[in-house]
Design a protein around this ligand. Structure first.
Ligand code: GLN
Length: 538
């Protein structure tokens, strides 16, 4: 039977609930426990994949091809584990499965209501995610008091009394503001949000208090008293130099003790030595390297979360700070690649959708190619390397991806109308297919070519596994022409072109997959690690 740790948030959003949940999970995992993670999103969207990255940050893709909230990415990066579809669900998914079951006659004519049906569906999804784990850490999105959160609160309240549940523990993450004019830390917002939780029937056992400058002992005592927890159950979460330092900071405050006591977990002594030494290299590395990051969702850096984290992981393993020089591809269109990229040790063109900024990305690729600058192109960044090569080396002036020019005579990147998906089923997609759920998603094998920088990056592995999220593919009709002219296909998956490299270039790799999705602090992604290494070697 599984034990559950529920993490709720109070006062306001963006307090780092996801990092908190991931940190608690990490400490438990490093103590030898079998830990699962679940993120519940109270928004109505059924498919987080169609949400704008500018509004919601990155869409993360799991191994089994689910498009999820970016917190799942944090969980994977912290726990060094691949989580599946079942690690994230939304209100929309809960309702749509209940409604579907109702339409199919599954409720035998009952009146369908939030209680018990919606709440029941939520409980069963949480338990499904908890199956096979000793402990499941559940993060509830949103803030206590949100209308959409209520059914979830009710569900986790009910689970306290569930016979199939071995134990529950409630952690509440809040903010302690410091009012400068009064020179005082304020506990009132936290008290109110704890009261709100109690009104619903949940008494949090631990308060994790975000504060800018730390909490004096006397304040902690007062907070503990007013929130009805013991003082050792108030943990402070200061702004950390690196998110990966949060588990260490929790550990220094003995966070596991009260949790272990309440959930009867025995004595927990997590082995965090390797983790700690990596964090030290993030915070105070020996070297530094500058990567020119060409993208278009730069207003919200969270939309490239996995990639920026992946660069940090590789940097930690190479004892180097990877400084990102953010370059908006539309600015390249105005000012040229050289003006914006000249101070960079290497160039990275990230994935993306839609035509805005594409020509700027192509200019950046050309600049990297002709000037022998280490280059990594990811997904769209790989597709455009073929377009750039076709235009400027093969002389096919109108070469393009059909995503941007449906009528191009030279569709380097095209839409294949059917392919075998992850589970071996045939998927069909056309220009008129709906945008939601029609991407090639999740993990696929990729055969690497002998002697390629790809194979070298993966320590000689003949077959590697990486995740995908794209609709278009490199067109094999141009393969021979490209190879004759020096652009070599070095990775293939079931006949699809997965990676390309350029002969006689220091380090140039375009990958159709998203290597960033499999990068973790302890095991950085090999292609990104090799890229950062090439950037350092210059
Ligand atoms: N827009 C491109 C496609 O759909 C690339 C997607 C991406 O970079 N993730 O294939």
């Amino acid at each position: 039977m599984t034990k559950y740790i529920f993490v709720t948030g109070g006062v306001l959003s963006s307090l780092g609930k996801g990092i908190t949940a991931a940190s608690v999970g990490t400490l438990l995992k490093h103590s030898g426990k079998k830990v699962g993670m679940l993120k519940i999103d109270p928004y109505i969207n059924v498919d987080p994949g169609t949400m704008s990255p500018l509004e919601h940050g990155e869409v993360f893709v799991t191994k089994d091809g689910a498009e999820t909230d970016l917190d799942i990415g944090n969980y994977e990066r912290f726990l060094d584990t691949s989580f599946l579809k079942s690690s994230n669900f939304t209100t929309g998914q809960v309702y749509s499965s209940v409604i579907e079951r109702e339409r199919a006659g599954g409720y035998l004519g009952q009146t369908i209501q939030v209680i018990p049906h919606i709440v029941g569906e939520i409980v069963s999804r949480i338990k499904e995610a908890g199956k096979d784990h000793e402990i499941l850490v559940v993060e509830l999105g949103g803030t206590v008091g949100d209308i959409e959160g209520l059914p979830f609160m009710e569900a986790i309240r009910q689970m306290k009394h569930d016979e199939d549940v071995a134990g529950t523990y409630f952690i509440h993450v809040t903010l302690i503001p410091f009012i400068k004019a009064a020179g005082e830390l304020k506990s009132k917002p936290t008290q109110h949000s704890v009261q709100e939780l109690r009104r619903i029937g949940i008494t949090p056992q631990m308060i994790i208090a975000r504060s800018e400058n730390g909490l004096p002992k006397s304040f902690k005592k007062k907070l503990a008293m007013s929130c009805d927890v013991s003082a050792e159950n108030v943990i402070e979460a200061l702004d950390a130099a690196s998110i990966y330092d949060v588990p260490m900071s929790f550990l220094r405050q003995d966070i596991l003790k009260p949790i272990a006591k309440e959930l009867d977990l025995g004595e927990l002594v997590p082995d965090m030595d390797e983790w700690d030494s990596l964090v030290k290299k993030i915070v105070q590395p020996k070297g530094k390297v500058v990567v020119g990051f060409v993208g278009k969702y730069l207003e919200l850096k969270e939309s490239y979360k996995s990639l920026t984290e992946a660069l940090i992981h590789s940097g930690a393993h190479l004892d180097t700070r990877v400084e990102i020089c953010w370059v908006d591809s539309e600015h390249i269109e105005e000012r040229g690649a050289e003006a914006l990229l000249t101070d960079c040790d290497s160039i990275l063109v990230a994935g993306g959708f839609g035509s805005r900024g594409v020509e700027g990305k192509i200019q950046a690729i050309k600049y990297a190619r002709i000037n022998n600058i280490p280059y990594l192109g990811i997904c769209l960044g790989m597709q455009l390397t073929l377009v750039e090569y076709a235009r400027n080396v093969l002389g096919l002036e109108d070469a393009n991806s059909v995503e941007f020019d449906e009528n191009t005579k030279n569709p380097m990147i095209y839409l294949i109308d059917n392919f075998l998906d992850q589970s071996g089923d045939t998927q069909v997609r056309t220009h008129t297919s709906p945008m939601g759920g029609t991407l090639r998603l999740g993990e696929y094998p990729c055969d690497t070519k002998e002697g390629s920088i790809l194979r070298e990056a993966y320590n000689g592995e003949k077959v590697i596994y990486e995740r995908h999220r794209h609709r278009y593919e490199a067109n094999p009709a141009y393969r021979k022409q490209l190879e004759d002219a020096g652009m070599i296909v070095t990775g293939e998956s079931n006949g699809l072109i997965e990676t390309v490299e350029i002969k006689d270039h220091k380090w140039f790799l375009g990958v159709q997959f998203h290597p960033e999705f499999t990068s973790r602090l302890q095991t950085p992604n090999p292609s990104i690690l090799a890229f950062v290494k090439a950037s350092i070697d210059g």
